[in-house]
Ligand binder design. Structure first.
Ligand SMILES: NC(=O)c1ccc[n+]([C@@H]2O[C@H](COP(=O)([O-])OP(=O)(O)OC[C@H]3O[C@@H](n4cnc5c(N)ncnc54)[C@H](O)[C@@H]3O)[C@@H](O)[C@H]2O)c1
Length: 407
C-alpha cells in the first residue's frame, strides 16, 4: 500500500515507522529540519525504538520503505491511505479546540486525491469527524484514537493495548475500510493481536477523551491524597501503598507529582469538559480544577521554604527548577506541571533559574536558563517534579513530591 502520514511528531513518526515495515510510506511535515533529519535516518524526537528502527534501516539489517517530504500535495496525490497526525490545541481563553492543522490536511487531500482513505489519528473533540464528513461528503474518512505515550511512542504501537477505528455516520468509508486499517496496524505490530473495536467515530472520539480524563483523575486523586497527608503530617507513601494493595485500585500510576501535565492530559480534560456543555457533571470539572489546586498548593509550599530562608537572613533567595520536562527520560516540556509552579513563584517576585540541558535559549519566560548543574545547585531552593540522583548532594534543598522515584 502507498501511505502518506501527515505530521512527524510522536504519533506520526511512530506510525510512519511502524507502517513502513510492510508498505511504501511518505511522511509529510511542514518543518524542513524534521524532514531532512528523517531522510538522514535521524529521529526528530527522542524515542529508543524509533532510533533503533532507523539505525537498522540505515545498516540494511531491517529495511523500511520510508521517505520524508515537505510536499504534502505530491505525497497525498500518490497515496491509497493518508494518516493525519497533526497537532490539535485547546485554547482556554476562547474555550475552543484548534483543529486547523487537521483541516489543512483534509482540504489538501480533498483537492488532490478525493478517493483516498483518510484516517485521523489526532485527538479531536467529540463529534468532530462527523462534522468534517458533512463538509466533505465524498471523503472516505475514519477516526482512530491514538494511545501511545511519549518516550514509548513506537513501542506502544508495536504492542498496542487496543486498536479502535471509528466510522462516521453517513460517510463514504465502510466498516471494511475500518477493519482494513486495523489490520494494517496489527501487521506492523509485534506479538499477539490486540483487542480491536470498530465503532462510530463519535464514540471513538469519546473513548480517547474519557481514557485520558480517567488518567488525569487518577493523577489528581493521588496528588490530592498527598496534599492531605502533607498537611496532616501523615506518611503519604504508606497510605498510597496501602490503598494500592486493593486489586481493584492497583499499585501503578500513583506517584505524586506537581500535577498532571504534558501535551495531552491538560488539553484533553478541558476538551471533554467543554463537550459536556449542557450535560450534568461534577466530576469532569473537578478534575480540571484539582490540577490548579494542586499547583497552587505546591507553589505555596515552595514559597514557604523561600520565606523561611528570608527569616533566616538570606536576603533574596533564588528558586532553581530542575528540568522542565514532565518525566525523566522525556525530551519535551509541553505543558509540564513544573511550569505552573514556576509561574506562581515568579508572580510573587522570587527569581527563578531553570536547569534544562535540552533548551538552547538563554531565557525561558524571562528566567535564566542554565546547562550547568553547579549553577542550579547554587540556588537556595530546588524544585524537581521528578527526583534525580544528580541532586543527591543538595537533597536538603530539594522540594519534590516524587515519593516512589518513578514516573
Ligand atoms: N504526544 C502524545 O503522546 C499523543 C498521544 C495520543 C494522541 N496524540 C494526539 O496526536 C496529535 C499529534 O500529537 P503529537 O504529539 O504527535 O504532535 P507533535 O506536535 O509532536 O507533532 C505534530 C507535527 O505535525 C506537524 N504539522 C503541523 N501542521 C502540519 C501540516 N499542515 N501538515 C503536515 N504536518 C504538519 C508539526 O510540524 C509537527 O511536527 C495531537 O492531536 C495529539 O493530541 C498525541
Amino acid at each position: 500500500m502507498r501511505i502518506a502520514v501527515a505530521g512527524l511528531g510522536y504519533v506520526g513518526l511512530s506510525l510512519a515507522v511502524l507502517l513502513a515495515q510492510h508498505n511504501d510510506v511518505t511522511a509529510v511535515d511542514v518543518v524542513p529540519q524534521k524532514v531532512e533529519a528523517l531522510n538522514r535516518r535521524e529521529s526528530p524526537i527522542r524515542d529508543a525504538e524509533v532510533e533503533a528502527f532507523l539505525a537498522a534501516d540505515a545498516s540494511g539489517e531491517r529495511p523500511l520503505a520510508l521517505t520524508a517530504t515537505t510536499d504534502g500535495a505530491a505525497a497525498y496525490a500518490d497515496a491509497d491511505l493518508v494518516v493525519v497526525a497533526t497537532p490539535t490545541n485547546y485554547d482556554p481563553a476562547q474555550n475552543h479546540f484548534d483543529t486547523s492543522a487537521v483541516e489543512a490536511v483534509l482540504d489538501l487531500v480533498a483537492e488532490v486525491n478525493p478517493g483516498a482513505l483518510v484516517v485521523v489519528k489526532s485527538t479531536v473533540p467529540v463529534g468532530y469527524t462527523e462534522s468534517q464528513q458533512r463538509l466533505r461528503p465524498a471523503m472516505r474518512l475514519l477516526f482512530s484514537p491514538e494511545f501511545l505515550r511519549e518516550g514509548h511512542a513506537l513501542q506502544d504501537n508495536l504492542e498496542p493495548s487496543r486498536i479502535i477505528v471509528g466510522v462516521p455516520r453517513g460517510g463514504a468509508a465502510t466498516r471494511g475500510d475500518a477493519e482494513g486499517f486495523a489490520r494494517l496496524l496489527q501487521e506492523g505490530a509485534a506479538g499477539p493481536d490486540a483487542p480491536t473495536l470498530v465503532m462510530g467515530s463519535t464514540d471513538a472520539e469519546a473513548v480517547k477523551l474519557f481514557a485520558n480524563t480517567y488518567l488525569a483523575l487518577r493523577v489528581a486523586y493521588f496528588n490530592e491524597l498527598d496534599t492531605y497527608a502533607s498537611e496532616r503530617g501523615l506518611d503519604a507513601a504508606s497510605i498510597i501503598e496501602g490503598v494500592g494493595l486493593d486489586p481493584r485500585i492497583g499499585p501503578h500510576y500513583n506517584n505524586p507529582s506537581f500535577g498532571y501535565g504534558g501535551y495531552c492530559l491538560p488539553k484533553d480534560t478541558k476538551q471533554l469538559l467543554a463537550n459536556y456543555e449542557d450535560v450534568p457533571q461534577s466530576l469532569i470539572g473537578a478534575i480540571v480544577e484539582a490540577n490548579r489546586t494542586r499547583k497552587d498548593y505546591v507553589a505555596e509550599q515552595v514559597l514557604q521554604r523561600v520565606m523561611g530562608l528570608v527569616y533566616q537572613g538570606v536576603p533574596h533567595p533564588v528558586v532553581g527548577v530542575y528540568r522542565l520536562t514532565m518525566k525523566s527520560g522525556s525530551d519535551n516540556f509541553r505543558a509540564s506541571s513544573v511550569q505552573g509552579i514556576m509561574k506562581r513563584v515568579k508572580a510573587r517576585g522570587v527569581p527563578v533559574v531553570v536547569y534544562e540541558p535540552t533548551l538552547d535559549d538563554p531565557e525561558f519566560f524571562g528566567s535564566e536558563v542554565t546547562h550547568d548543574l553547579d549553577r542550579l545547585k547554587e540556588c537556595d531552593v530546588i524544585v524537581a517534579n521528578r527526583w534525580s540522583d544528580e541532586l543527591a548532594d543538595v537533597a536538603d534543598k530539594v522540594y519534590t513530591r516524587d515519593l516512589f522515584r518513578r514516573d
